[in-house]
Design a protein around this ligand. Structure first.
Ligand SMILES: NC(=O)c1ccc[n+]([C@@H]2O[C@H](COP(=O)([O-])OP(=O)(O)OC[C@H]3O[C@@H](n4cnc5c(N)ncnc54)[C@H](OP(=O)(O)O)[C@@H]3O)[C@@H](O)[C@H]2O)c1
Length: 248
């Protein structure tokens, strides 16, 4: 029988590319996001099952979880590939922007994870994959809220991996480098090792279906470089980070 995946943020970008990969590999895939149009497009072109949802609404997240189970029977894999495009300005720490970013990128995950874990316990197991980012490896200048939210998602995935093993719920962390999507379209800075979304979708599907490793991170050279940066002594680390600030 076809396995069932639910991809949050599945209407566009990395989530949509992964949805196509999984459908090509025989999965039934439910997709969610706020805008109906991209969900409908992928439903028509690829047979994905659209379930519109705003992850800032906890009651709606629980309702959609129940609806997917009612329609498709179970949830074998949930992928959280959601992020708001709101950006923090350099050296501006206004509460409203932080609230918006964290409410979607971190608390949005919690609103879905809670009912999904309940469902996975009831069905005897499952798999949860959280799309964080290499931007969460350390505090990046020019994107304080995004970087902090992604760092929190990494910690969350690590905790859940340890705690949920006894419920047969596998937890995966997905750490992409730069991928060409709506999300990065506005970036005015150089994006080293920029990858196409379809390639990212393929790598994530391969990692999820053909490996058991906790972290699926790519492209490898970029990931290894950033992991080395993370280990640098702070004086060298901060000297490097200062070079990422806009001039002036
Ligand atoms: N592109 C990159 O270089 C890159 C690198 C590292 C990590 N990532 C991560 O990859 C994930 C996917 O990003 P992407 O690059 O594929 O960009 P994207 O196409 O903009 O995907 C973001 C998705 O989040 C959904 N979304 C935003 N707010 C939502 C909300 N309140 N409720 C429900 N859905 C919401 C969007 O759909 P609606 O607008 O229709 O709601 C959209 O489908 C994100 O977590 C991002 O941080 C991206």
């Amino acid at each position: 029988m076809a396995k069932i995946a639910w991809i949050l943020g599945g209407g566009t970008g990395i989530g949509a590319a992964l949805a196509k990969e999984l459908i090509d590999r025989g999965w039934t895939v439910a997709i969610s996001g706020r805008r109906m149009e991209p969900l409908r497009d992928l439903a028509h072109s690829y047979g994905a099952r659209p379930y519109p949802l705003d992850v800032t609404d906890a009651a709606a997240a629980a309702t959609v979880t129940r609806q997917i189970v009612a329609d498709l029977g179970r949830i074998d894999l949930m992928v959280f590939s959601v992020a708001t495009k709101a950006v923090t300005k350099t050296a501006v720490y206004d509460h409203a922007t932080f609230e918006m970013v964290i409410d979607t990128n971190l608390l949005g995950a919690m609103r879905v994870i809670d009912p999904v874990v309940t469902q996975m316990r009831a069905q005897g197991g499952g798999e949860i994959a959280i799309v964080a980012s290499v931007a969460g490896y350390f505090g990046l200048p020019r994107s304080a809220a995004y970087s902090a939210g992604k760092a929190a998602l990494i910690a969350l995935a690590q905790t859940m991996k340890t705690e949920l093993a006894r419920d047969d719920i596998a937890v995966r962390l997905i750490s992409p480098g730069f991928v060409r999507t709506e999300f990065t379209a506005r970036n005015a800075f150089p994006m080293p090792f920029l990858m196409e979304a379809d390639e990212a979708g393929r790598r994530i599907a391969d990692g999820l279906l053909h490996s058991r490793r906790f972290e699926i991170a790519f492209p490898l050279r970029f990931v290894l470089t950033l992991k080395l940066v993370r280990m640098l002594p702070y004086p060298i680390f901060f000297a490097l980070m200062r070079r990422l600030l806009p001039k002036g």
